[in-house]
Design a protein around this ligand. Structure first.
Ligand code: FES
Length: 178
């Protein structure tokens, strides 16, 4: 009788030990999930709406249509230029296709296209020169400035700065008609 009581107590003790062990592992598991989850979340880049790498609203359709041909509007935070050409718009990535310098727009430089008498992109690093279509006219850049897709959604002109389109030359299909 005493033996069976001892066995019952031992079984109970083992059950308690197992329970405590499982509880400990569950707590440890939760802690690992929390810690690694937090670490992953802190390392993952957070893209703010409207920042580079996201879809950016640039203007209403009416505002865009009112831009005179030859106008180049700069969106520095979003790293692109909206270029108004004869048949529509190009969103030109500001990164030089030679070695990646930021290419400034120069209103006071002579034009390289027929859209206006002044204005061109002039890379300060090695003298790369581009026109309003992003086409190279001088210097070492091997190809035109990259572009981003432009769409119209709910009457707003949207540039998708998360999608970089490389091109070897300009062709009219790259222009978005609005
Ligand atoms: S980086 Fe622009 S010309 Fe070299």
């Amino acid at each position: 009788m005493a033996d069976s009581q001892d066995n019952a107590a031992e079984n109970k003790a083992i059950t308690r030990r197992q329970f405590l062990s499982r509880a400990w592992w569950a707590a440890a598991g939760l802690m690992i999930v929390e810690t690694t989850g937090g670490l992953v979340a802190s390392l993952w880049p957070k893209l703010k709406a409207g920042s580079f790498g996201t879809k950016v609203k640039v203007a209403s359709v009416e505002e865009a249509r009112a831009m005179p041909v030859g106008t180049v509007a700069y969106f520095p935070e979003q790293r692109f230029y909206l270029s108004r050409v004869e048949s529509g718009f190009l969103a030109l990535y500001r990164r030089c296709t030679h070695l990646g310098c930021v290419v400034p727009w120069r209103d006071d430089n002579p034009s390289e296209d027929a859209l206006a008498s002044n204005g061109r992109f002039n890379c300060p690093c090695h003298g790369g020169i581009f026109d309003r279509y992003g086409v190279v006219h001088a210097g070492p850049p091997p190809k035109p400035l990259d572009i981003f897709p432009i769409t119209v959604e709910n009457g707003e002109v949207i540039v998708d700065t998360g999608t970089i389109i490389s091109r070897s030359s300009f062709d009219e299909s790259q222009v978005t008609k609005i």
